[in-house]
Design a protein around this ligand. Structure first.
Ligand code: GLU
Length: 300
């Protein structure tokens, strides 16, 4: 059996906090316990929010925690051609269409349609795409693109689902409602998700499944906030003929008041804690991870 392959995949759009430390350390510990490999991937497709100093801080913070990873590090911004290829392939299957509404227009369309009954939202709480761009004629699309309008390339979910039977995944951790074991995917809950934009030829969902496959990742260990994203990931893996890893969604580390940690909160940033004299062992204690490798880490 080849060794299992784990990965930690942060976005350099802020400083890592103790929630990231937990995720990275858990991947590192599981990889060592199971004789596996650990990869680091920099998810920097969002050129407006990602910054080199945050990327440099990621390397520093992880090394300080005692984590080591394989080189080279994959940086998503260097692989746009690869992602574009996948979008083209899905477009060739007739599963992609461009939509031209701005965020404000989408909000207005949702408000218009919300007459008494709330408009459906995706698992992250964002309204499903309310527009009618799917029914634009090819010449209308071409004209709007030629005019230079910004656009998003969306997955035609209804059409995509005709290619997929029941999709499921193996969950070794736990979802927000305690889901574990074989979990049924519900990609339709996301509506016509955006897979690429005019300025960025990819999206989180698309690049994550392509990279996990390209890098031979066998075990995706990440926070529970991404649990239902796995539905979209399974659908894309199916459409693109990619292998499926097993998933372990882990608990989220909260602040003292029980709120989700955010990259904009300084209080739990690793570099801040380090500056105050915290040691890597203190961070492990804070996130309730043992200092040795003999403990069973496989409980959610
Ligand atoms: N880049 C994502 C994040 O920072 C994580 C992606 C993943 O683990 O699938 O939240």
């Amino acid at each position: 059996m080849p060794p299992p392959v784990f990965r930690f995949a942060p976005s350099p759009n802020g400083y890592l906090h103790i929630g990231h430390a937990y995720s990275a350390l858990l991947n590192f510990d599981l990889a060592r316990q199971r004789g596996g490999r650990l990869l680091l991937r920099i998810e920097d497709i969002d050129g407006a929010r990602c910054r080199p100093e945050f990327e440099a801080a990621i390397y520093q913070d992880l090394a300080w925690l005692g984590i080591s990873w394989e080189m080279p590090v994959r940086r998503q911004s260097l692989h746009f051609a690869r992602y574009r290829e996948a979008v083209d392939r899905l477009a060739g299957m007739g599963l992609i269409y461009p939509s031209f509404e701005s965020r404000a227009e989408i909000a207005r369309l949702v408000a218009e349609r919300e007459t008494g009954v709330p408009w459906p939202r995706d698992p992250d709480g964002a309204p499903l795409y309310p527009g009618a761009a799917k029914s634009l004629l090819p010449e209308q699309r071409e004209r709007l693109i030629a005019e230079g309008l910004p656009y998003a390339l969306r997955l035609d979910m209804a059409a995509a689902l005709t290619h997929a039977q029941t999709l499921e995944w193996a969950e070794q951790g736990e979802g927000p409602g305690g889901e574990t074991g074989v979990v049924a995917a519900h990609p339709q809950a996301w509506g016509d998700v955006i897979l690429a934009r005019k300025e960025t030829p990819t999206s989180y969902h698309l690049s994550v499944v392509i990279d996990d496959a390209l890098q031979g990742v066998t075990d995706v260990v990440r926070g529970r906030d991404l649990f239902w994203s796995t539905s979209v990931h399974r659908l894309l893996q199916h459409l693109l003929g990619l292998p499926q890893p097993v998933y372990r969604h882990h608990r989220l580390i909260e602040d003292a008041a029980g709120h989700k940690l955010s990259k904009s909160t300084q209080a739990t940033a690793l570099r801040e804690l380090r500056g105050q004299g915290a040691t890597p062992a203190d961070i492990r204690r804070l996130v309730d991870l043992p200092n040795d490798l003999t403990t069973d880490l496989t409980k959610p």
